[in-house]
Design a protein around this ligand. Structure first.
Ligand code: S3P
Length: 440
């Protein structure tokens, strides 16, 4: 069991300054995966040195890839080509990282050797049939525990065939898994998403010189690629993670007098649900210095306090803000009126059941809410001090730390060690902008 860490977030504080949050987690994972199976040397800058992306990095080292770093966000990957991975000596342990497991599942389905993927207690409860089923349709020999949970065991030596797959859920992890398997499959792999999901895999594959097509169909966007190509090493510059920036966006949005600039944040259109939702709630947000870095759009985001109002969150924004809801629930608690979220059942199978765990924490702090199967209703109002349990979920821990900006008393948050999975340096950075949070 990992070390128990509790956050103590003192009531009140300021949100001022100009900061840069760490690198994007999704892009960091993909830089290691594609760099490892490319031909040549890939240099990554701005890599997120969090436990999740480090788990992906270690997995590729365990499969014989020579990787230097990370050193202040710089990683050098000596690619082994699509067929150069080696059988690891033991199961690959992926900690808390669902992205590592689902993306690696696609790649490992196609290897000549057997391999097993395991994770911590949270990851061991997460659904893997969403990838195992379509991978089996492609011809993969993969076993899960009963109920579709990890470990995932790949027998190796499968010959994959391209399939035409309509995803039942809008999941970038499933899409990416199948595209990675498709690199090795005979023929064309086509994946159709029922709603837009993050497209970092497609963008980065193209960056590595691989041909990927997208087409709008009556059932959603279809992404396709054919097996048998080659990836050529490139330099990858990782933007700051909009999901990590979100805690600071909400912090500034709920705190009178705040004025904060977040530098070089990734604003990929498939990730900006949080900006759209906060704007609709009345937040004062401005984007500047918009540029493109290695195929991903970035910008500085400035946010000043403005009173928020409750809204019905548009369902089409849900996949575009899927990781941002714990923090957005804190914004809703500080807004005038009622905020309603529906169509978000996926939140129940993240690192924790994010609907129930957030509802329990909000209730402990005196915030009126009503849990629904696929969402939540939150009434804006005063926030009291109290003790909440993050259930080992990094984003829940950070969200309740931010809530202390508007609480009448101290908030104690239990089980915070996993903040290190996505946001090393979170506590230092919140204190730098004027909050008072300690970790013990
Ligand atoms: C991710 C996709 C999302 C997101 C996760 C990272 C990715 O999951 O919640 O944190 O990097 O592809 P789903 O695609 O399952 O919604």
């Amino acid at each position: 069991m990992s070390k128990q860490i509790q956050f103590v977030a003192r009531a009140g504080g300021q949100v001022k300054g100009s900061i840069r949050v760490p690198g994007d987690k999704s892009v960091s994972h993909r830089s290691i995966i594609l760099g490892s199976i490319a031909e040549g040397t890939t240099r990554v800058e701005g890599f997120l040195e969090g436990e999740d992306s480090l788990a992906t990095l270690q997995a590729f080292r365990d499969m014989g890839v020579e990787i230097e770093g990370p050193d202040q966000g710089c990683v050098t990957i000596h690619g082994v080509g699509l067929h150069g991975l080696k059988k690891p000596e033991k199961p690959l342990y992926l900690g808390n990282s669902g992205t590592s497991m689902r993306l690696l599942a696609g790649l490992l389905s196609a290897q000549s050797f057997p391999v097993t993927l395991t994770g911590d207690s949270s990851l061991s409860k997460r659904p893997m049939n969403r990838v195992a089923k379509p991978l089996r349709e492609m011809g993969a020999l993969v076993a899960t525990k009963e109920g579709g949970q990890p470990p995932l065991e790949f027998l190796g030596g499968s010959r994959l065939k391209g399939i035409d797959y309509q995803m039942p859920i809008a999941s970038a992890q499933v899409k990416s898994c199948l595209l990675l398997a498709g690199l090795y499959a005979e023929g064309t792999t086509r994946v159709t998403e029922p709603a837009p999901t993050r497209d970092h895999t497609e963008r980065m594959l193209k960056g590595f010189g691989y041909s990927v097509e997208s087409e709008l169909t009556p059932n959603g966007k279809q992404i396709s690629l054919s097996g048998g190509g080659v990836l050529k090493a490139i330099d990858v510059r990782v933007p700051s993670d909009i999901s990590s920036a979100t805690f600071f966006l909400v912090a500034a949005a709920i705190t009178p007098g705040s004025d904060l600039k977040l530098e070089k944040v990734g604003i990929n259109p498939t990730r900006i649900g949080v900006l759209n939702i906060l704007k609709q709630m009345g937040a004062d947000l401005t984007l500047s210095n918009e540029t493109d870095e290695g195929g991903e759009p970035v910008a500085d985001i400035e946010i000043r306090y403005a009173p928020l109002r409750g809204i019905d969150i548009p369902v089409d924004q849900v996949p575009l803000a899927i990781d941002e809801f714990p923090a957005l629930f804190i914004a809703a608690a500080c807004a005038e009126g009622t905020t309603r979220l529906s169509g978000a059942e996926e939140l129940r199978v993240k690192e924790s059941d994010r609907i129930q765990v957030m509802a329990d924490g909000l209730s402990a702090l005196g915030v009126t809410n009503l849990v629904k199967e696929d969402g939540i209703v939150i009434e804006g109002g005063p926030i009291q001090g109290g003790t909440v349990d993050s259930h080992g979920d990094h984003r829940i821990a950070m969200s309740f730390a931010i809530a202390a900006l508007r609480s009448s008393g101290e908030i104690l948050i239990n089980d915070c060690a996993n903040v290190a999975t996505s946001f090393p340096g979170f506590v230092e950075l919140v204190n730098q902008v004027g909050m008072n949070v300690t970790s013990r």
